[in-house]
Design a protein around this ligand. Structure first.
Ligand code: ADP
Ligand code: ZN
Ligand code: ZN
Length: 698
């Protein structure tokens, strides 16, 4: 018999369930099984001898199976993130509804391989001749274009097939759009001595070892990844490359495709289920040996993994928000140990966790020999406007500038000037943000939207104040303030086509790119001579132990976008707290001192990596049941050190309360939390509450 875990997100279905073993079943076999009154997809997670009672047979077996080590990974995920194997497997296995798509493919028949001319009925002139067949120019052109999919030429190619010149057959179409302009691959540059040292260290690393490639912005980390990948492929092993967001960093993907061609499979969020399925199959069959993609690419079904790269390892997008709330960096480390691969995490601003735990490889200088640009900290305590006059001046002089303001929209919130009413979300306890071009005020948490108010519903006043400045307003202000020929580009989550904006800015001779943290992500524009951070303390004001780390990374990353060519460059950082450590160290490009100070602070306060945090959020329509559930969870945690319950702001119509465990023993803490949540969620008294567990919250 086989143990089958159903692929379904319904938490009530607790597998595994027993079925009759189909022929040749192994751990990882995908199948469809009857469950209750439905047929559901499932994965074999174990084999056992037949039991006494008769078992139901699965409906059918799906091809191909899930690799055995991914089944093992699913169990680890379920365990590590307080989820279930079924949910974890749902993330790992391809969507069973997706099927490979086929189309007709034409190839030339090699001389001597085709059918004898005598077999070809109705074609006279070619019959007795050993001369090349008579062909029209159009037919010659058609033959010269092979092999390829037939497309609109199917009829013409079928006629050539009848003459034994062409072979036509059905082939799986790879639906992944080749969306990246690849261009001619520039010759492989000679490595700098630092790069060569790093590549050699990766080559000789122990199986399962994790390395930190700590290289300043523009130090050529990508070239190191490319060489390490080539080494790995040459040894017959495969490669996973994780990148934060493909839409924002198409350059790194393009460089992998340019160097390794068809053996690269690219996964990204824009793929439909069919395309995703096709890429999954190419990886599973070994047709593709390199997988590049965002966090979910860590689940690529590659055999013989030899290298996993995590580019921009500090990026918050590596944490998944749904269930299981996994961290792709941790999953990558698990897979590396599991398959004896080497893990390389790269960043100019590594996390304190990685800095402490991983063996460090350094690229301390930019490839082009340029120094990092000077950074000026601009004290905003007396400045009346969003931009300091000195920054305005610098922008007017700059040829190409990037301005970071980590707030989208026009203004943060609206109030009535006569009665003081503030516009807030009906579902969440937050204010609504004005988006002028859209003609709406909207909630950035639940997506609620309403038209821009013309008057106050409470007092009827038409005098409404707009507070604060977001990217939309700043872009508009700059357009007005600058000479008429200066172009302003805007990049934030409200802009439909991020890659298009980046391309336009890259191609422009001059201009200003205004945007949220999206503008600070790994772009390589050689001609940017000014970078500005408008409100560097925005992230510092967050009541979170990662506030310092985030602020440092944001400022240092943006600073890294400037001065990448002989033009030189400068950086200006506006802040209300010019003395803040994160800002001072970022201004000095001093990641080592920042990390040393930050690790000291974390150790004193017992924050990660000196402890493990687990957050349990209980939510309900009313605050009473939410709080009661959180209290009950805390009461069931035994001697685990925990904080709370503390009220969180209402979100999507639900009141929330959280408990945070801050533990020295990670394993014991995870087990205690799982047990507590299981007991409390099964208790009828807490039926109105829902529970979400977040291990290593970001
Ligand atoms: P990072 O990822 O560290 O910010 P990149 O890998 O984007 O840096 O490299 C910055 C630029 O330097 C790229 O245009 C890259 O093609 C180029 N480059 C990298 N290594 C070399 C090298 N050894 N010689 C010349 N140019 C290089
Ligand atoms: Zn009013
Ligand atoms: Zn809302």
């Amino acid at each position: 018999m086989v143990k089958v875990e159903p692929i379904t997100t319904a938490r009530v279905l607790r597998g595994p369930f027993d079925y009759e073993a189909p022929e040749g079943a192994v751990v990882g076999t995908r199948l469809i099984v009857p469950l209750g009154r439905r047929d559901v997809p499932g994965v074999v997670t174990g084999l056992a001898h037949d039991s006494e009672h008769a078992l139901i047979a699965p409906r059918c077996v799906l091809d191909p199976s899930l690799p055995r080590d991914l089944v093992e990974l699913a169990f680890w995920l379920a365990d590590e993130y307080c989820s279930t194997p079924a949910r974890a497997l749902t993330m790992l296995a391809p969507h069973p509804g997706a099927r490979a798509k086929t189309a007709l493919y034409a190839e030339l028949v090699a001389p001597g391989e085709g059918r004898a001319p005598d077999d070809v009925g109705g074609v006279d002139a070619d019959r007795r001749s050993t001369q090349p067949p008579r062909l029209s120019d159009a037919q010659r052109a058609l033959l010269a274009s092979l092999p390829r999919f037939c497309g609109p030429d199917t009829a013409a190619l079928r006629r050539l097939e009848a003459r034994g010149l062409v072979h036509v057959s059905a082939r799986v179409v790879r639906r992944a759009p080749v969306h990246l302009s690849v261009g001619a691959e520039r010759p492989q540059p000679a490595l700098t001595p630092d790069q060569a040292t790093a590549v050699a260290a990766i080559r000789s690393a122990a199986p399962g070892e994790a390395l930190l490639l700590h290289g300043v912005t523009g130090s050529g980390k990508t070239e190191v990844y490319l060489r390490a990948a080539a080494d790995t492929l040459a040894r017959g092993r495969s490669v996973i490359v994780l990148v934060p967001e493909i839409g924002l960093t198409p350059q790194i993907v393009a460089r992998f495709v340019a160097r390794f061609g068809e053996t690269v499979a690219v996964l990204h969020s824009g793929l439909g289920p069919g395309e995703r399925h096709d890429e999954w199959l190419r990886l599973r069959r070994g047709e593709a040996r390199v997988c590049v993609g965002p966090r979910s690419a860590v689940f690529a079904p590659l055999a013989d993994l030899g290298l996993i790269v995590v580019d921009e390892e500090h990026d918050a997008s590596y944490k998944q928000e749904g269930d299981p709330r996994y961290d792709a960096r941790r999953v990558a480390a698990f897979r590396a140990r599991q398959s004896g691969a080497v893990l390389v995490a790269g960043s100019a601003t590594p996390r304190p966790e990685s800095f402490k735990a991983l063996r460090r490889l350094r690229l301390p200088e930019r490839v082009d020999g340029q120094g990092l640009p000077p950074v000026e900290v601009v004290d905003m305590r007396r400045a009346p406007r969003a931009l300091h006059p000195r920054v305005h001046e610098a922008l007017a002089l700059a040829r190409k500038a990037i301005v970071l303001l980590n707030r989208r929209g026009w203004s943060n919130f609206l109030t009535c000037r006569s009665c003081g009413r503030a516009w807030s979300c009906p579902n969440c306890d937050v204010t609504l943000v004005l988006h002028r071009a859209r003609g709406a005020v909207s909630c950035h948490h639940c997506g609620h939207r309403e038209p821009v108010p013309g008057s106050c519903p409470d007092c009827g006043s038409t005098s409404i104040a707009r507070h604060g400045t977001g990217t939309e307003r700043l872009a508009d202000d700059l357009e007005r303030a600058l000479p008429a020929d200066a172009r302003v580009f805007r990049l934030d989550a409200d802009v439909g086509h991020a890659a298009g904006v980046l391309q336009a800015f890259g191609a422009a001779r001059s201009g200003i790119l205004v945007g949220t943290q999206m503008v600070a992500k790994g772009h390589d524009f050689p001609d940017v001579d000014l970078a500005v951070v408008v409100d560097a303390d925005a992230t510092l004001r967050f009541p979170d132990f990662r506030a310092e780390e985030r602020t440092f990374a944001l400022v240092a990353q943006l600073a890294g976008r400037a001065g990448r060519s002989n033009a030189g460059g400068r950086v200006m950082v506006q802040t209300l707290v010019p003395g803040a450590e994160a800002i001072r160290f970022a201004a000095a490009h001093d990641a080592d001192s920042f990390l040393a100070a930050e690790l000291e602070r974390r150790e004193a306060l017992r924050y990660p990596p000196f402890s493990t945090l687990i957050r349990i959020v209980c939510s309900a329509e009313e605050s009473g049941p939410a709080h009661a559930a959180a209290q009950a969870v805390r009461d069931h945690l035994g001697d685990q050190p925990a904080l709370g319950p503390a009220a969180l702001f209402r979100l999507r119509g639900r009141e929330r309360a959280q408990v945070v465990v801050k533990a020295a023993d990670r394993r014991a803490a995870i087990d205690a939390v799982r047990a507590a949540v299981e007991v409390v969620s099964a208790d009828r008294a807490h039926r109105p509450a829902a529970f979400a567990v977040d291990v290593d919250p970001q």
